[in-house]
Design a protein around this ligand. Structure first.
Ligand code: GLC
Ligand code: GLC
Length: 636
């Protein structure tokens, strides 16, 4: 049943296509659909593939196998998912809607298992979620699992959590509730107990080439001259020694071995795992540790051009065989580099680590200059992409602002990071925050901070204004544009969990302080306004509903607004015929945005938070940590 190809495809497409049609075992309608995709995607995929692997003699053969894999995977895609593909293609901007709201949790800690997550769907709806990121849930052997990020099989669910059929069922039920399921694609490394890893150290040549193994320290020593240390508490540098004396690349923990993407078989194998996940009903993949996937001697081995080419090639494979699948970039790196991953042809979604870090920076300093500058200079991203704005994640907070940006507002980056670390780990007099240091590196003076939102805001010791700070931080993530992402439990003000110290599996990784089990009592109290959980939840829930009802907050467009007050952050969110002006006071004293500063707007504004009119011609005074969303009309 040959289907003719369009004539404008390169000649080599034909031979690949013939093979695909010969081996096709799906129905003819699906073949016609697949052919349309092939026509569209083939030129891109071929170009990317040869950019990476072009100098290998077997490049055509490798591409052939990749295409065959994509075709097989497409025939296995369920009718539901094919319908979803169509729906997403008809509405490609779906994820830019102002209704989008994300939540993230560990399956075991939050809900015991996948069935428990299903039972939480009514709560997710109460909160307004449309996006649920479940932390890694595939096989990852304890005690060396890095919270699931050391995967030993991408096709098996950790049996404690459930099985693949339950995951598929959960994805379907979530979708029916309007919630897209997000999971990690841990594609930079595998666990040392992955089948590929076992074979590699058993001397199987084919699998040795899946990793980066060196006979001695010669090359590792050269690499380490330019590569930074990520988990120095675990092992110095980026290599660990194998029992036979050889050295293997391990950027993160010693049991997480980096894959060798210079080998096209690795790309193909991981493309297979990716499509498998897509066919279970996963809608968004969080591209874990994306910056690290390509290595080259004499470089930092982070965010190299080939890393982008590889992600683009994965993306092209999706367009071919799992078209509705989207990528979210996890690149917690310099802001210039974060930007490089954000592209409709690469990662359509990206964490916004700069905004996250600068929210905390502004809280500590009570000054908004860096955050204002970031919104001016670094907020705009390409059409067809969106930020994922968050207050904190399951990881540490790193101060990833650029030193040049800091210098431009008179701040010394190095000193400032030291101050911020001291402030958030309670080594600074008068700090409200209760955080814990993560990966302090005495050699470089580097460190990061761990802690839940509430503890970092002062709720743990009942510091004045703690709840104000929790609401303020979330109000920024909810209103700058993009998908706000809540670390579930933070909406009821969950506190640090120091219990990790007594668990030998976690004792050495202080990030567990900010991964507490579900705070059951706080959830039970969430409608009781006499409790801190209730006040936090009520405040946040209202903001979520307000945001949903505010069309100006959809999409990502933002126009800077300088308040002429160093403590008050300002920005404008333009809608079709009106603008919402956001003003947020980061200090614990009252501050004023003067009438002159607001002179560009008509005097009558609507305060969306109180629902009452507000006159701008007397200026806007904000109480401690108060913020306001004002619908204004530009021009007088
Ligand atoms: C990502 C995860 C982090 C993990 C690391 C290694 O950065 O967020 O938790 O330790 O990757 O997979
Ligand atoms: C580093 C990495 C980041 C990772 C984090 C884990 O900051 O750049 O990708 O999430 O470590 O803690």
């Amino acid at each position: 049943m040959p289907v003719p190809l369009t004539d404008n495809l390169p000649a080599d497409a034909l031979s690949h296509w013939k093979k695909i049609t010969r081996e096709w075992d799906g129905d003819r309608r699906a073949l016609v659909q697949f052919q349309q995709r092939f026509d569209l995607v083939y030129p891109t995929l071929r170009r990317l593939f040869s950019e990476i692997y072009g100098d290998r003699p077997d490049v055509a053969e490798q591409l052939d196998e990749l295409l065959a894999l994509a075709a097989r995977s497409y025939t296995e895609r369920s009718a539901d998912l094919i319908a979803l593909d169509r729906q997403r293609e008809e509405n490609p901007h779906w994820f830019e809607s102002g209704e989008m709201l994300g939540g993230v949790c560990y399956v075991d800690r939050y809900a015991k298992n996948l069935d428990g997550v299903r039972q939480k769907i009514p709560y997710f709806r109460e909160l307004g979620l449309t996006y649920l990121h479940l932390m890694p849930l595939f096989l990852a052997p304890e005690p060396h699992s890095d919270g699931g990020y050391a995967v030993s099989s991408y096709r098996e669910v950790n049996p404690i959590l459930g099985d693949m059929a339950t995951l598929r069922q959960l994805a379907t039920e979530l979708r029916a509730a309007g919630i897209s399921l997000v999971v990690d694609f841990v594609f930079n490394h595998t666990s040392n107990e992955h089948e590929w890893a076992r074979r590699a150290i058993a001397g199987d040549r084919e699998y040795e080439d899946y990793y980066r193994i060196f006979p001695d320290r010669q090359l590792p020593d050269v690499y380490e001259k330019t590569v930074r240390e990520i988990f120095p508490d675990d092992h110095p540098g980026s290599f660990v020694q194998l029992p036979d004396g050889r050295w293997i690349w391990a950027t993160f923990y010693h049991f997480q071995w980096d894959l060798n993407y210079a080998n096209p078989a690795v790309f193909r194998a991981m493309a297979g795992e990716m499509l498998f996940l897509a066919n279970q009903g996963i809608e968004i993949l969080r591209m874990d540790a994306a910056a690290f996937i390509w290595k080259q001697l004499g470089t930092r081995c982070e965010s190299l051009p080939q890393a982008h080419t590889i992600i683009r090639a994965f993306n092209a494979v999706c367009r071919l065989a799992a078209p509705s699948l989207l990528f979210k970039s996890e690149a917690i790196v310099h802001p210039d580099e974060v930007m490089q991953y954000i592209d409709p042809a690469e990662c359509q979604l990206s964490y916004n680590p700069l905004q996250m870090a600068l929210i905390w920076e502004s809280l500590a300093t009570r000054q908004v200059s860096l955050l204002t500058q970031a919104l001016d200079r670094r907020h705009t991203i390409p059409e067809g992409t969106t930020w994922v704005n968050y207050v904190r994640s399951h990881d540490d907070i790193g101060w990833t602002f650029s030193d040049e940006d800091a210098a431009a507002v008179g701040i010394n980056g190095y000193d400032h990071r030291r101050f911020l670390n001291a402030f958030y780990v309670n080594r600074f007099d008068g700090s409200f925050a209760r955080g814990v240091p993560f990966q302090e590196n005495p050699r470089t003076g580097d460190a990061r901070v761990a802690g839940t939102t509430a503890s970092l805001c002062g709720l743990e010791q009942d510091a004045p204004f703690a709840i104000h700070r929790i609401l303020l931080t979330h109000s920024i993530a909810l209103s700058t544009g993009g998908i706000p992402l809540i670390y579930l439990g933070d909406e009821v003000g969950q506190l640090n969990d120091y219990g990790y110290i007594d668990d030998p599996k976690h004792a050495k990784d202080s990030r567990w302080v900010n991964r507490p089990p579900l705070p059951a009592q706080r959830y039970a109290d969430r409608h009781d306004l006499s409790t801190s959980a209730g006040m936090t939840y009520a405040g946040l829930h209202r903001l979520i509903e307000l945001r949903r009802a505010t069309p100006e907050f959809a999409g990502g467009r933002l126009i800077g607004f300088h308040t002429n007050n160093q403590h008050i952050l300002g920005y404008q969110r333009p809608g079709e015929s009106s603008v919402v002006l956001v003003l947020a006071n980061f200090d614990e004293a009252d501050h004023l945005v003067s009438a002159e500063t607001l002179a560009g707007f008509a005097p009558d504004a609507l305060d969306l938070i109180s629902g009452k009119p507000r006159q701008l011609d007397a200026g806007v005074r904000l109480g401690p940590y108060e913020f306001t969303w004002l619908r204004v009309t530009p021009g007088r």
